[in-house]
Design a protein around this ligand. Structure first.
Ligand code: AR6
Length: 166
């Protein structure tokens, strides 16, 4: 089941939230900054042990002070022009995050709109790709009960709902 929500992902009571991180995994702006602020300093301490993360890959940590028990950190592509592997890399972020979630017995997971902020991936293309990848994954795997797509702004929420109905 896929649910689109508007709000702050750091407040969600789910098994796991996904972080749109950078390859250092040591924090940054946007949703990454918000997650690190809400989780507390123990999160960056655990992240330091992970030796970073490649674009399109995902790594898991505990959630510390977050309501979510786990954080899956994934690194979306920086959008250049769409022909530098960006769609494949963004699809990989969703797929690898979901695979990691299954391996850890996670039942409920929330994603932000990966790469659509500081990394400038066009919103509609990113959301269509996310919906496609998540739907495909859920068809082949019934261990995840709920995937939340968490939009920060009302505009993003409205558009995501429209795209999901196409
Ligand atoms: N809850 C949910 N979504 C949020 C929140 C929040 N609290 N805050 C922002 N968003 P971005 P990227 C949305 O820029 O494009 C960082 O510096 C935001 O509105 O956070 O993947 C990392 O360290 C947008 O829709 O991530 C990397 O360097 C979405 O989250 C770089 O940014 C993603 O925007 C990653 O860039």
């Amino acid at each position: 089941m896929i649910q689109i929500l508007q709000g702050d992902i750091t407040k969600l009571i789910v098994d796991c939230i996904v972080n749109a991180a950078n390859s250092s995994l040591l924090g940054g702006g946007g949703v990454d900054g918000a997650i690190h602020r809400a989780a507390g300093a123990e999160l960056v301490a655990e992240c330091r042990l992970l030796s970073g993360c490649k674009t399109g890959e995902a790594k898991i940590t505990k959630g510390y002070k977050l309501p979510a028990k786990h954080v899956i950190h994934t690194v979306g592509p920086v959008y250049q022009d769409g022909v530098h592997g960006e769609p494949e890399l963004l699809r990989s972020c969703y797929r690898k995050s979901l695979e990691l979630a299954v391996q850890h017995g996670i039942k409920t997971i929330a994603f932000p709109c990966i790469s659509t902020g500081i990394y400038h991936y066009p919103f509609d293309a990113a959301c269509k790709l996310a919906l496609g990848e998540i739907r495909d994954f859920l068809k082949q795997n019934d261990s995840i009960d709920k995937v939340i797509l968490c939009c920060y702004s009302g505009t993003d929420y409205t558009r995501y709902v429209q795209l999901s109905a196409l």
